[in-house]
Design a binder for this molecule. Structure first.
Ligand code: ADP
Ligand code: MG
Length: 744
C-alpha cells in the first residue's frame, strides 16, 4: 500500500518545515496525501465580498473584503502604536486592529493594506465601539504573491478556496501549504484508483488533475469538475470494495438447503391461519431459491412496518431445518429476542414442541439464549443448540459468545441489522463449518442509493405490502399547549382500553432531570432527537417516562387502569415482565422510551401517544407508529407537539400525519438530515472515506460508479492489474471503515 502511494505517503515536515507540519497535525494532517485530501469547504468569488453584516460575535471567520483605509495611531502618553484598518463589503465596515510597541513594527501591515486592495481576513469576530472587529487577523491580500500588475489582476480574479481551518492554521496558510506541496508533484506521483478506460467513459480528469482543479481552480467550472471527479472516486472505491466482497462471497461454499416435501415448512403453511401476501410469497420463493444453492445467501429483506417479515424469515428457517440444519435469529435487544421466541413458538404451535408430550413427533424446538438467563436455563439452551435439538436459537449478542456451539448452523437471520456491526455478523457466520446463509432484515425502508452504499454486498428483497384486513392508522397532531385536546387524547386512550385494546405512551427521556434518555442501558432508549436549534430555545423540557407515568396514574380519565413502564435502564427480567404483562392485558397502558420502536408486536395495541413528537426523526416516528394498528382494529397515533406552526419541526410532524408510506418518509427524512446522520457515526470525522459524496444527491453518480466498478472487479477480482484501486480500498477499509460498510 505504501509503495503504491509513494510520494503521497511522505510526512510533511520535510516539505513544509517542522513548525507548519506540527500545526497541521492538529487538523489531522500528517502526510502529503492527508493534505491533498483536505478539500476546500467552499470557494470565495473575488467578485463577491463576504456579507459583513451577517458575521456573528465570537465566530471564527474568513472574510473576503476590500480595504477602505489604514490609519496609524501612535499612543501619545504610554508609547506603542495601533494600526487601524477599515475593510468593507461595500455596505458594512469591519475594523482590523493591530497593536505593537513601536509604530515601525506596524509598517509592514500598513504597506500591505493598501486602499482598494482585496484580501481574505481570518480571525474571531469581536466588537469595538459598536463595529465588528478582528484583532490581529491573519490575512492574505489577493494578488499580492506576484510582482507584475497583469499577473496580479489575473490572480485577483481567481476563486479563493476556503479551507476548514483553525486559529493557528488559517485558510490562507492552508492554501499556501497545499500549493507548495502540489507544485512538487507530477502526474506519476498521484496514482489513480479510477482506471483510464473508466475515466474516458465517464469523461473524468485524472486524480492529479482533479486535485489541481479543486485546490488551484481558475474558474468555478474548474472546481466543479474537480469535485465531481473526486466524488465519483469515493463512490467508485466504495463500490469496488463491495463488488469484491460480493465476488468473494460467491466463491465461498455453503451447504445447500433445498426444500423438502412433507417437512415442517409444508405443515406450517397448511396450518397458517392467514393467507400470505403476494410479496411474502415472491420473497419467500427468492429465499427458497438462494437457500437451495451451495453458495451462502447474502440477502437483505427490507419491509414496510408490519409487512410480515417475521413469517417470511420463519419459513426460510423451516426450510433449513427440513434440510437438517439449524437457524439462529439475532435481535438487537433482550426484549425483542424474548418476543421473537414467544412469537415463533406461537406461530409454530405443536411444531415447536418436538419431543414434548402433545408436540409433533418430528417437530423442532425454539431455544432462547440471552445474557440474563439463569445458570440452569442457560445450560439447557446451550445444550439444545449444541445437540441440534433446537432447530431455532433466538438471542442477542450473547449468541455470539464463544461458548455457544451449534450442531449444524445453516442460516443466520439478523433482525434490524442496523444495530449490529460487522464483527458480530462475521463472528456468527464463523460458527458454521462452512459459511451459513445470511438473511438481514430491516424495518427501516432505505432509499435505493443508500441501500447500495451501505448494504452494497447484499441482494435486496422488498416487502411493500401490508397484509389485507388491516384498518390502517389514523395520525393526528395534538398541540401540547391545548388542555382540551390533551384531555380528549386521554379520553380516546380510555375508550380504546374499554374496547379491549391497549395503549403506548412514548417519551423521549427516562428521568425528568436527565438531559437525554441516558445514560442509556440500551441504545434503543436513545431517542433520535432532532436538535431544537432555532426553533424556540425557551421551550419546556422534554417529557420523561417516570414523570409521565405518575401523571397518568393521577389522570381521572384513566382511573382504574394499570399503567406500566418500560425503559432500557430496567433489569432485563423486569423489562420482560413488563412486556409480558402488557401483551397479556394485565396492564393496558405502557409508558416507555423508544425502546419499543423496533419490532415490538402486540396486536391488541391500537393507540399510541407520542410526547415531544416534533423532536423525533421522521423515520423513528414512523417506526414507533408501526407498533399500533397491527391487528384488525384501526390504529390511532396521537403526535403531541410543541412545534410552532410554520417551523420545520411542525412540517415534519405534519408530513407524518399525511402519509404512512415508509419509503416516502425515509426519502424525506434523508433530505431533511445531514449526511453524517444518514450513514451513522462511523461515517463522520476524518476516517470516513466519504468527504464529498452525498448519498442522496449523488444517486446517479453512485449508480454509475457501481456499474463501472462491477465491470472492473468482474475482469480482475483480485485487482492485480489495478494496484492503485486496491491500495485505495485498503486505505479506506481500516477497521472503522470495515464496520461502516455494514451499518445503516
Ligand atoms: P414486521 O414486518 O413489521 O416485522 P411482523 O412480521 O411483526 O411485521 O408482522 C406483523 C403482524 O402481521 C404479525 O402479527 C403477523 O403475525 C401478522 N401477519 C404477517 N403476515 C400476515 C398475513 N399475510 N396476513 C395477516 N397477518 C399477517
Ligand atoms: Mg419485525
Amino acid at each position: 500500500m505504501s509503495a503504491a502511494l509513494g510520494r503521497l505517503h511522505e510526512p510533511l515536515n520535510r516539505l513544509l518545515g517542522t513548525r507548519t507540519a506540527n500545526a497541521l497535525v492538529k487538523l489531522g494532517i500528517v502526510t502529503v496525501d492527508d493534505l491533498l485530501r483536505h478539500y476546500p469547504r467552499r470557494y470565495a468569488d473575488p467578485g463577491q465580498l463576504t456579507d459583513i453584516g451577517s458575521l456573528q460575535l465570537g465566530e471564527h471567520v474568513s472574510v473576503l473584503a476590500r480595504v477602505e483605509k489604514a490609519t496609524m495611531r501612535p499612543y501619545a502618553n504610554r508609547g506603542g502604536a495601533r494600526l487601524e484598518a477599515v475593510v468593507t463589503d461595500g455596505r458594512h465596515p469591519l475594523v482590523l486592529t493591530f497593536f505593537a510597541k513601536h509604530a515601525g513594527a506596524l509598517r509592514y501591515h500598513e504597506q500591505r493594506l493598501r486602499p482598494d486592495a482585496s484580501g481574505v481576513f481570518s480571525g474571531v469576530v469581536g466588537e469595538f465601539q459598536g463595529k465588528r472587529q478582528l484583532t490581529h487577523p491573519d490575512y492574505l491580500m489577493v494578488g499580492a504573491e506576484v510582482d507584475d500588475d497583469e499577473a496580479a489582476l489575473y490572480e485577483a480574479s481567481l476563486p479563493i478556496p476556503i479551507y476548514p481551518a483553525t486559529a493557528s492554521m488559517p485558510t490562507w496558510k492552508l492554501q499556501r501549504c497545499v500549493r507548495t506541496v502540489l507544485d512538487t508533484l507530477a502526474e506519476d506521483d498521484v496514482p489513480d484508483p479510477a482506471p483510464s478506460e473508466v475515466r474516458a467513459r465517464a469523461g473524468l480528469p485524472t486524480r492529479f488533475e482533479a486535485l489541481r482543479l479543486v485546490h488551484k481552480p481558475e474558474s468555478a467550472a474548474d472546481h466543479g469538475r474537480g469535485r465531481h471527479r473526486l466524488r465519483f472516486e469515493e463512490a467508485f472505491v466504495l463500490q469496488a470494495a463491495l463488488a469484491q466482497r460480493r465476488a468473494r462471497a460467491a466463491e465461498e461454499d455453503a451447504t445447500a438447503r433445498p426444500s423438502r416435501s412433507g417437512g415442517l415448512l409444508e405443515r406450517f403453511d397448511a396450518a397458517l391461519p392467514f393467507t400470505l401476501t403476494e410479496g411474502q410469497v415472491s420473497v419467500g420463493a427468492e429465499l427458497a431459491h438462494d437457500l437451495a444453492r451451495p453458495r451462502p445467501m447474502q440477502r437483505l429483506l427490507q419491509g414496510e412496518v408490519g409487512s410480515g417479515k417475521t413469517v417470511v424469515a420463519l419459513r426460510a428457517m423451516l426450510q433449513v431445518i427440513d434440510a437438517g440444519g439449524q437457524a439462529a435469529l439475532l435481535a438487537p435487544t433482550e426484549v425483542l429476542a424474548a418476543q421473537h421466541a414467544r412469537t415463533l413458538r406461537t406461530l409454530l404451535g405443536p411444531l415447536a414442541e418436538g419431543g414434548l408430550l402433545g408436540g409433533a413427533a418430528d417437530g423442532t424446538r425454539v431455544a432462547l439464549l440471552t445474557g440474563s438467563l439463569g445458570a440452569a436455563a442457560r445450560k439447557a439452551a446451550l445444550l439444545q443448540a449444541a445437540s441440534g435439538e433446537a432447530g431455532i436459537v433466538v438471542g442477542t449478542h450473547a449468541l455470539l459468545g464463544e461458548h455457544v456451539q451449534f450442531a449444524d448452523l445453516g442460516l443466520v437471520v439478523v433482525d434490524e441489522q442496523h444495530r449490529f456491526g460487522v464483527e458480530q455478523r462475521d463472528a456468527l457466520r464463523a460458527k458454521g463449518r462452512v459459511a451459513p446463509h445470511l438473511l438481514v432484515m430491516t424495518a427501516t425502508p432505505i432509499p435505493r442509493t443508500v441501500a447500495m452504499t451501505v448494504f452494497g454486498d447484499l441482494e435486496v428483497s422488498t416487502l411493500t405490502q401490508v397484509p389485507a384486513g388491516r384498518s390502517g392508522i389514523q395520525t393526528v397532531v395534538v398541540p401540547a399547549a391545548n388542555p382540551r385536546w390533551m384531555e380528549r387524547a386521554w379520553q380516546r386512550v380510555r375508550e380504546e382500553v374499554d374496547a379491549g385494546h391497549r395503549a403506548y405512551v412514548v417519551c423521549p427521556r427516562i428521568h425528568p432531570d436527565d438531559d437525554i434518555a441516558g445514560p442509556p442501558e440500551s441504545e434503543l432508549d436513545d431517542a433520535d432527537l432532532v436538535p431544537a436549534g432555532g426553533e424556540g430555545a425557551d421551550r419546556a423540557p422534554l417529557r420523561a417516562v417516570l414523570e409521565v407515568v405518575e401523571m397518568l396514574r393521577a389522570t381521572p380519565a384513566l382511573a382504574g387502569l394499570q399503567v406500566d413502564v418500560l425503559h432500557g435502564q430496567m433489569a432485563p427480567v423486569d423489562k420482560d415482565a413488563a412486556m409480558a404483562r402488557f401483551a397479556s392485558g394485565a396492564s393496558q397502558v405502557l409508558v416507555s422510551t423508544t425502546v419499543i420502536e423496533v419490532g415490538v408486536d402486540v396486536p391488541e395495541a391500537t393507540v399510541m401517544v407520542v410526547f415531544d413528537s416534533d423532536r423525533f426523526g421522521l423515520s423513528q416516528l414512523h417506526q414507533l407508529r408501526g407498533r399500533v394498528g397491527r391487528g384488525s382494529a384501526p390504529g390511532l397515533c396521537l403526535l403531541v407537539s410543541t412545534a410552532e406552526p410554520g417551523t420545520p419541526a411542525a412540517a415534519r410532524v405534519e408530513a407524518l400525519a399525511e402519509t404512512t408510506d415508509g419509503f416516502r418518509l425515509a426519502q424525506l427524512d434523508l433530505e431533511l438530515r445531514a449526511e453524517g446522520d444518514v450513514l451513522g457515526a462511523a461515517q463522520s470525522g476524518r476516517t470516513s472515506g466519504l468527504r464529498l459524496l452525498r448519498v442522496v444527491k449523488d444517486a446517479e453518480l453512485i449508480e454509475e460508479a457501481r456499474r463501472e466498478s462491477a465491470g472492473v472487479v468482474a475482469v480482475d477480482p483480485g485487482l492485480l492489474e489495478h494496484p492503485a484501486l486496491a491500495a485505495a480500498i485498503a486505505a479506506q477499509l481500516d477497521p472503522d471503515q470495515e464496520e461502516f460498510l455494514e451499518r445503516a
